[in-house]
Write a protein that binds this ligand. Structure first.
Ligand SMILES: Cc1cc2nc3c(=O)[nH]c(=O)nc-3n(C[C@H](O)[C@H](O)[C@H](O)COP(=O)(O)OP(=O)(O)OC[C@H]3O[C@@H](n4cnc5c(N)ncnc54)[C@H](O)[C@@H]3O)c2cc1C
Length: 415
């Protein structure tokens, strides 16, 4: 039997950063993680610290486009037909979250969280000696069609109202910055003050190493249940029980069964995403580029060019669909005609996704002493630092730097 002040269940980017912040505040912390701590989904991510990503996925135009998107088997969003029945509850909530008033509230909530994200993550990375993996530079959102560029430009005032500086680059200005792009592009929006992570896997590993070097414990095991135990909590794991005064649940898409045992049903789905790592792309990009038609990201990294994106709902256990990774090359070639795929490596990961695009960052009223930090969808790396600060404040019973009302677990009602 192990004893600790705080047990963090799940050692992805959210669990690892929360563990580091709690350790900094003087707690003995144990991460329970069946695989490598610090690896998780973020290790395969696009490495975009997307402070500008304040727009929830559900919105009226996505709903209008949904039937067309779902009929396109090769499109950026697919639902495996046999998985559809499992998406019903999530889908109804997604529709409700697309109401204009709900979208406005979500933008406000995300902009407040992201407004504190840079400072928190950069400070955490510096303390762990991992800041060398973070490069501050403009990120480009490139469009091929004039209408798509106009739609992206229409978001600039909303971004500005939330403190994010963006400017329009016409085709000439864009090609001057990134000459590898096809001349068929219409232009781009340049987001100032963004960050690119040059090696998300090494970044997470450096954070986990720092945690261990400062006497943090990593128990390589799977948590199977969390239960009250006299005055503390007992985490049952595949390697024995752990007694802890406080628990943080940060097991990404795998959190739902653990929370169910504590009396909460959360509409958590895996929005599966893919990457294709190109070690010899034969084209050079100097910045991270977000492409708009279809949505995907190309990130220059230490070990090549990473193409990442696509959304697939097929459940957690279905095997990866290699085609979803390969199609990233085909769509990228439309923008980068000289791109080569020699030595390409495919990867699939699970974005923990709640229907309103907002995470849960909350103390659990039905389980006093347990904090949940899940559902960061496509922004987990971005929001990890600020989430860690909020989680540590909740553990300590302090007021977090961000109003967490929009991120409470009760917002989905009784499922
Ligand atoms: C293709 C793709 C691109 C992305 N690009 C970006 C990006 O550019 N920027 C960005 O900010 N975000 C990005 N994301 C999203 C980001 O990766 C996620 O939001 C983030 O990794 C979620 O972190 P997490 O710690 O909540 O979950 P995870 O990383 O999934 O970690 C959960 C951990 O819990 C462990 N676990 C599972 N079951 C148990 C159990 N029973 N007991 C204990 N531990 C358990 C798992 O092994 C895992 O390590 C991307 C995601 C994908 C798929």
């Amino acid at each position: 039997l192990q004893r600790t002040d705080v047990a963090v269940v799940g050692g992805g980017i959210i669990g690892t950063t929360a563990a580091l912040e709690l350790q900094r505040r003087g707690y003995a912390v144990t991460i329970v993680e069946p695989n490598e701590a610090g690896a998780g989904t973020a290790g395969g991510s696009a490495g975009y610290l997307a402070w500008d990503d304040i727009f929830p996925i559900p919105n009226p135009s996505v709903i209008a486009d949904l039937p067309r998107m779902l009929l396109d088997k090769h499109g950026p969003l697919v639902i495996k037909p046999s998985y559809l029945p499992h998406m019903m509850g999530w889908g109804v909530r997604f529709l409700l979250a697309a109401r204009p008033s709900a979208v406005r509230r979500a933008i406000d909530a995300l902009s407040r969280l992201n407004g504190n994200a840079e400072e928190s993550l950069v400070a955490l990375a510096e303390r762990a000696g991992a800041q060398r993996y973070l490069v501050r530079e403009a990120a480009l959102h490139v469009s091929r069609k004039a209408e798509s560029l106009e739609a992206a430009a229409a978001q600039i005032p909303t971004l500005a109202a939330h403190g994010i500086v963006a400017e329009i680059l016409d085709r000439r200005a864009l090609l001057a910055q990134e000459p590898a792009l096809s001349t068929t592009v219409a232009g781009a929006i340049a987001i100032q003050g963004a960050y690119r992570c040059t090696n998300p896997g090494a970044f997470g590993a450096a954070l986990a190493d720092h945690f261990r070097h400062r006497s943090g414990t990593v128990t390589q095991a799977r948590a199977t249940a969390i239960a009250p135990d006299a005055t503390s909590w007992r985490v049952r794991t595949s390697a024995g029980d752990i007694l802890a005064n406080r628990i943080v649940v940060a097991a990404g898409v795998w959190s739902a069964p653990l929370l169910r045992g504590l009396g909460y049903r959360v509409p958590l789905q895996s929005a599966r995403g893919y990457h294709l790592m190109l070690p010899y792309p034969q084209v050079r990009l100097d910045r991270l580029i977000h492409f708009n038609e279809p949505h995907f990201v190309a990130t220059p990294m230490e070990d090549g060019l990473r193409l990442a994106g696509t959304v697939e709902f097929a459940g957690v256990d279905a095997p990866p669909n290699e085609y979803r990774a390969d199609m990233l090359f085909d769509v990228a070639r439309e923008y980068l005609p000289a791109l080569r795929r020699d030595g390409a490596a495919r990867w699939m990961g699970h974005r923990p996704s709640l229907p309103d695009s907002l995470p849960i960052i909350a103390s659990l009223r039905r389980a006093p002493g347990v904090v949940a930090a899940i559902g960061h969808e496509r922004r987990g790396l971005t929001e990890s630092g600020i989430t860690a600060r909020c989680v540590a404040d909740l553990v300590e019973g302090k007021t977090p730097p961000v109003d967490l009302t929009p991120f409470r677990i009760e917002r989905f009602g009784n499922l």
